[in-house]
Design a binder for this molecule. Structure first.
Ligand SMILES: Cc1cc2nc3c(=O)[nH]c(=O)nc-3n(C[C@H](O)[C@H](O)[C@H](O)COP(=O)(O)OP(=O)(O)OC[C@H]3O[C@@H](n4cnc5c(N)ncnc54)[C@H](O)[C@@H]3O)c2cc1C
Length: 380
């Protein structure tokens, strides 16, 4: 029997597995997909995410397969544009999730974790004692069969729409905002630099990132009403938004798609708790933030560090299993609260036309404020 089962082998699950296995725990990861696999993302690791990785891993291979991102360009309506560098020698990296996630899960296997790919976690198993329920394993499905597996602790790192968090009532889809992300790779985009780009417009935004091998990632985040016909043709929607944007249209005029257009949404998730007895949540499963600030991976990786540390405390008998999720919640609040607030404030600003216009005016008058914001978003 493993000490810990990790559901999901994305960045959070892989890093949690690395830390636990290195500390001597027997770890089994169940991952629905098979690596290498694509994942819709802006494909940038900010300096903070890189720092988390460098704390635990030799990042030389990661650096070799990625490009430097030394800051962000933010543009707004009316041609306003601010470029902020991370400064002090700090940089992030641009790397496809196909390459990054594959590398990270391989590190988990090297650390001694057992990785099962092509296996979906469907539910948890639990014991009840004196009216108290405690999670003690998972039910997995794959290869045409269903099986249950027990462990002393379960970590759910199965992403934004976590089956386990939703299934246990620890997360839910709010009625609003209803925003969707549509992303694709292109070749032949012009005007790229060593900065990630966020083009904030009235009601939507478009992230653009230069990637190794002449690829460009373009990701549109746009609101839509339930049942919107336009969302049935995401490639056309992305094309329309890029083509209608005065700043981006000339730069994408000669670009060619390099792969399928991928869409996901509605994006927002309300996280109500980060676990229950026997179960801890990590990464997006514990709380998804709007991708506008480009720091989801840093929070996912840092959240994995916290979940792994609490799990090790339980395994060593330093923390009662029933207390682990409340301890994790307290540590997550202490570590992330100010960043969550920053992200929420920006999301509300972008949601209102007046907010976007005011921000554009402020950027023109006080670019240094935006440069500081870029450094804060980058977890410098
Ligand atoms: C449009 C968009 C753009 C973004 N851009 C950026 C960016 O540029 N920079 C940044 O830092 N962050 C970005 N983010 C956020 C970032 O993608 C997430 O924060 C990050 O992927 C979270 O990692 P995770 O390991 O928690 O979840 P995931 O990366 O979602 O990994 C979860 C894993 O669990 C697996 N899984 C799911 N269900 C099951 C199941 N039932 N059983 C087993 N396995 C399962 C999945 O296959 C997946 O491998 C973006 C997000 C979006 C939506």
């Amino acid at each position: 029997m493993p000490d810990v089962i990790v559901a999901g082998g994305g960045p959070a699950g892989a890093l949690a597995a690395i830390l636990l296995a290195r500390a001597g725990a027997r770890v089994r990861v169940f991952e629905r997909a098979r690596f290498p696999r694509h994942k819709l993302c802006g494909d940038t690791l900010n300096p903070g995410a890189l720092a988390v990785l460098a704390r635990h891993l030799d990042t030389t291979p990661l650096l070799a397969n990625s490009d430097v991102i030394d800051g962000m360009v933010i543009t707004g309506p009316g041609g306003v544009s601010v470029r902020g560098r991370y400064g002090r020698g700090l940089s992030g990296r641009a790397i496809t999730r196909e390459v990054f996630d594959h590398w990270l899960i391989a590190q988990a296997a090297d650390a001694g974790a057992e990785i099962d790919e092509g296996v979906a976690v469907r539910d948890v198993t639990a014991t009840t004692d004196g009216g108290r329920t405690r999670i003690n394993g998972v039910i997995v499905q794959g290869g045409g069969s269903t099986a249950s597996h027990t462990a002393r602790m379960v970590i759910a790192a199965d992403g934004r729409r976590s089956s386990l968090a939703f299934g246990r009532g620890l997360a839910r889809q709010p009625a609003r905002p209803r925003r969707w992300a549509i992303g694709a790779y292109f070749t032949g985009v012009t005007g790229l630099t060593t900065a990630g780009e966020m083009h904030v417009r009235d009601g939507h935004y478009i992230g653009v990132a230069p990637l190794p091998g002449g690829l460009t990632n373009a990701c549109l985040v746009v609101p839509h009403a339930h049942g919107d016909e336009a969302m049935k043709t995401p490639a056309r929607v992305l094309d329309q938004y890029l083509g209608a944007d005065a700043a981006l249209a000339p730069r994408f005029a000669a670009a060619s798609p390099a792969g399928p257009v991928v869409m996901l949404g509605p994006m927002a998730v309300d996280s109500l708790a980060c676990g229950e007895p026997g179960l801890l949540l990590a990464g997006d499963a514990a709380g998804f933030i709007d991708p506008m600030t480009g720091d989801g991976l840093r929070l996912a990786l840092a959240g994995a560090e916290l979940a792994a540390a609490v799990t090790l405390d339980v395994l060593a008998g330093r923390v009662a299993p029933d207390q682990a999720h409340t301890l994790l919640a307290a540590r997550r609040r202490a570590a992330f609260q100010s960043k969550w607030r920053f992200n929420r404030t920006l999301r509300s600003l972008v949601a209102s036309p007046r907010g976007v216009t005011a921000a554009a005016l402020a950027a023109r008058a006080l670019p240094s404020v935006f440069e500081r914001m870029i450094r804060y978003a980058g977890d410098c």
